[in-house]
Design a protein around this ligand. Structure first.
Ligand SMILES: *Cc1c(COP(=O)(O)O)cnc(C)c1O
Length: 411
């Protein structure tokens, strides 16, 4: 895409710069080539976990997070589904879930025949603690939590509430790998953590997911559920549990295993996470300062939270729906891959989850919180001139809104 309104000061900037994905590290390409030459793409094709790229990734991933067990699967959504099953969710189980999340998250609940119990979200995209406290109870045994766009939920209160009620927490940390709350990795607070390697996340393997836990029963069940038929569990590093005997043949196989190529591509990216995180925090601090100065509302960060801000969200207050559409269109024409959370068909807006049928919730607060919010992925390859371009483009798009402009619009 070419940028139509580019001026001399922005020479050398292309719209492609803003959508650029990170290349696979050379070591990952080499490993993938070796695996393809050998034909050993299937994770259970070898004899020992040491020979299996997926098992090696699982070990490295668990070490990185500081947890005992990790299981590679085909997506974060599949990790969530296995996590719910391993936590005992079955048809009719009521599962608490935030009203602002990606469509695949409540999907994982409803495909099990379980019942999502939607909780309101706040203006800064986190689960609303008061509404959670209202809805949590003896009849809601599981909370499926999402750290949307890497904004970390208030884990101290959530864990206190859930522990007091005996509610199991499954963390959808698809977009929060590498983030910390106090000094603990996000995704390790709940009974199970779920992560994504889909291309828009901080580790890009195209697709792929990881399930993590310290709980022996959960990992044994999840390994069987993922498709470790017969005695293939022996090809995992955590094969020593006596529980494997106990659950043999007891669980249906979903066949959502990760393959060795995915693991080869993902594994060397783990070592880059901390550096990428550092770079993203620098970029984001600059954007936050300059976009806030334009009157835009950026979400608050908790003191306990260290996130990897690989995307940008901001609210443009007081614009009508039409003005918002014009604003987004102008920014897009200038090459910024902006979208609105309230855009028609946006997969994160609960009122578009029509597969829920009569179960589409009424969440007035969450509905309001999605209004006028822009969302944009940030490429880690952006340079200072790109950050300046984002700020000037947003400023120009705001200025171009027809008078009577920002002040009077929102009635
Ligand atoms: C990307 C994402 C998912 C889905 O991950 P997949 O690996 O594509 O299934 C779920 N939840 C959140 C918060 C996400 O960002």
């Amino acid at each position: 895409m070419t940028i139509t309104n580019i001026d001399a000061a922005n020479e050398g900037i292309s719209a492609d710069d803003f959508t650029r994905l990170e290349p696979v590290p050379e070591a990952g390409m080499q490993r993938a080539m070796d695996i393809m030459r050998s034909g050993k793409l299937f994770r259970y094709g070898g004899k020992r976990p040491e020979d299996c790229e997926v098992a090696l990734l699982e070990r490295d991933f668990a070490d990185y997070l500081g947890v005992r067990h990790a299981l590679g699967v085909s997506s974060c959504t599949q990790a969530i589904e296995l996590a719910l099953l391993a936590c005992g969710v079955e048809a009719g189980t009521r599962v608490l879930v935030p009203g602002f999340t990606f469509t695949a998250v409540p999907s994982a609940i409803v495909v099990l025949g379980a019942e999502p119990v939607f909780v309101e979200c706040t203006d800064d995209y986190r689960i609303d603690l008061e509404d959670l406290e209202r809805k949590i109870g003896d009849d809601t045994p599981v909370l499926l939590l999402s750290h949307m766009r890497g904004h970390i939920c208030e884990m101290d209160t959530i864990m206190r509430l859930c522990q007091a009620r005996g509610v199991k927490v499954v963390e959808d940390a698809a977009h929060a790998l590498g983030a910390r709350w106090h000094d603990q990795a996000v995704g390790t607070f709940g009974r199970v953590g779920c992560f994504s390697f889909q291309s828009n996340k901080i580790i890009n393997a195209g697709e792929g997911g990881m399930l993590t836990t310290d709980d022996e029963q959960i990992i044994v069940k999840a390994i069987y559920l993922s498709g470790a038929y017969e005695t293939n569990y022996r090809k995992h590093f955590n094969a020593d549990s006596a529980l494997f005997e106990r659950y043999a043949g007891q669980l249906p196989a979903h066949n959502v295993r990760m393959n060795n190529l995915t693991a080869a591509v993902a594994r060397p990216q783990l070592a880059l996470l901390d550096e990428r995180g550092h770079r993203y925090r620098q970029m984001y601090a600059y954007l936050e300062q300059h976009l806030s100065a334009l009157g835009l509302e950026l979400p608050r960060a908790y003191a306990a939270e260290t996130r990897i801000p690989d995307s940008l969200q901001f609210r443009v207050p007081q614009l009508s729906t039409e003005q918002m559409q014009a604003f987004i269109a102008q920014a897009r024409d200038a090459g910024l891959p902006l979208s609105g959370f309230a855009d028609p068909n946006n997969a994160r807006a609960f009122y578009n989850w029509r597969y829920l049928g009569k179960a589409i919730p009424e969440l007035p607060q969450t509905r309001r919180s999605l209004q006028n919010v822009c969302d944009m992925r940030l490429s880690s390859t952006l340079q200072q001139r790109h950050l300046d371009y984002i700020v000037s483009t947003v400023r120009d798009a705001l200025a171009a809104l027809a008078p009577p402009s920002v002040k009077v619009a929102g009635q």
